[in-house]
Design a protein around this ligand. Structure first.
Ligand SMILES: [Zn+2]
Length: 70
């Protein structure tokens, strides 16, 4: 499976997540839901979700796009 990631068009930073584009896009589009789940979960989120949320948090209000390895 090709890796996919989140890229900030404003900062030029990219975080690669060991997931396909469908999952990465899902996380970006449902950031608030995933955050709610994280707050009420004792087991925590999968690592890639934590990494994705951290990136989205760092770049709040910026233009985030989903990218895939060529
Ligand atoms: Zn940014």
């Amino acid at each position: 499976m090709r890796r996919s990631g989140l890229a900030c068009e404003d900062c030029g930073e990219v975080v690669w997540l060991s997931q396909g584009g469908v999952n990465v896009r899902w996380l970006r589009d449902r950031e608030h839901i995933v955050q709610e789940v994280a707050e009420h979960s004792t087991s925590g989120l999968e690592t890639w979700m934590q990494q994705g949320l951290a990136f989205l948090g760092d770049h709040r209000g910026h233009s985030i796009v989903v990218v895939s390895e060529p």
